[in-house]
Design a protein around this ligand. Sequence first.
Ligand code: NAD
Length: 541
Amino acid sequence: MTEITKNNSLEKVQEHLKAECFNKLFIGGHFVDPIDGQKMPTYYPATGEVFHELPKGNANDIGSAIDAAEAAWLDGAWANMPAAERGDLISRMAQGIEENIEALAAIEAADVGKPFRQAAMVLSGAASEGKYWGSLGAVLDAGQDTPVNSGGGMGGLPPAEWDVVYRRDPIGIVGLISAWNYPINVAFRKVAPALVAGNCAILKPSEIAGLSCMFLAKLAQDVGIPEGVFSVVTGDRETGAALVASPSVSMVSFTGSSLTGTKIMEASAPKLSQVALELGGKSAMVIFEDTDIERAVEATIKGCLTNGGQICTAHTRLIVQEGIKDHLLKELKNVLEKIPYCTDPITERERGDRAWEAGITDVLQPIVSASQHKKIVDFLNETKAAGIKIYTGGRVPDPADVKNSDGYFIQPTILTDVPRDSDAWQKEIFGPVLSVRSFSSEAEAITEANSTAFGLASTVMSSDPAKAMRVANRIRAGAVFATSTGEGLLAEHPAVSRGGFGCSGVGRELGISGLHEYTELKSVNYSGFSIEEAKKISNHG
Ligand code: NAD
């Protein structure tokens, strides 16, 4: 692989993007042009330059992918294959990610604007997670035909007069719609369990940054996923809407904003098809005054600045005990005002996500797109007009701070004494903006933490383990961290299920529950013979 240097960074990425998979849709096992021949541009967030045009599929292309998926589903070979064999293919796709991290990280750095170092780290996580999903194939097989104890005397209920086993069937044709902030991670977290479970899947990546997801098509072809079982159709929200609306799609797994989540639920309602929704958040960072101040500073900054604040679990509400509020805010301001901007993410091999190892957030990346940047600038202007105090930041940085770049940068911002009913407290901003409120008692801390409609993640920091766990147990969120150090904040493990409470989502991802989202639980009731007898006579699947 050629070394990427500062002067030729975009050109090197463009070399990678000449490969067929970054220029065609993948339908029925083949790379094809969109029926209407349309394309859409993608921009380098650090400079605003267009660096690639990718195919824009529409409803007709979705129709072709559905036809291919229906043929593969009717054929039945994929759904009837042992899940362990499907898992092996997924593990090989994961291996393919691992072997191409250098190119994929450069592509994600250009597409999302995240430092190369960070992109490489996160892609390595996607590869490990994919191997975990692959290993669950054998677990799925082992769990088929589990005898059901129907009654067993519980509650005085007599057992059923016949025998029962449980099976987990694939759902059918599933639509997978992903967000842009961690492109391949979000997409593969859907593709892998959907395929291991035996479904036929159609992926629609984000139009804002979805290039790396297109590589999944090449990997699927390379490892021999049968034709039609997996398709990738790039396009915009209308392409996504066409996928959701298809009567043939029996489930949609979606990661994105809560607003789009409601639209997907509405569109799925008439056909009563299933949805799994991983949505937005406004996670709380609750800090008690017995917390070490240095650890509190590091954890707060990591919580709200990881990926430039563009992470669903971003801890963008700081809820601090009154006794350390002023001290903590002063320290945060000192650090935030010195964090440098990442003006060429593609070549940024030293800085980015250091917080995950050393605790220190070392660089701030640009916002992903001009429209998302404008949304944040507009929000900051409205916030100022509403009289909310900007403690630090609050605007676009001076040109000299970003090497006169035309990129989409925003100063890291702290808003203080934020009213509970304001947008600054209630809405997801998806940028480097931290809103602050304070509390005096434990009960108040819990009330503040639970004061939005979201419930994705939250953290409680205290040196008192009992208090930290007590408060964590009362917070309504799918993933809660209780810690004296901030260690593990935002971390995920493939085997640990998570998801959203309230407006943050429906269903769970990761872990065995994440695999089960892509299955239907079926009870097979039988009588007059034993299951061993049935297995002896025929292969019943
Ligand atoms: P978005 O909702 O704008 O778009 C997400 C995807 O949905 C894109 O592929 C888009 O084309 C598609 N889409 C848009 N409208 C559609 C419609 N009507 N029907 C079908 N598809 C449609 O979200 P985004 O800006 O790409 O992503 C940011 C959001 O994602 C944030 O809210 C963030 O919190 C959330 N997110 C959540 C998680 C999680 O695990 N909970 C992870 C990452 C991101």
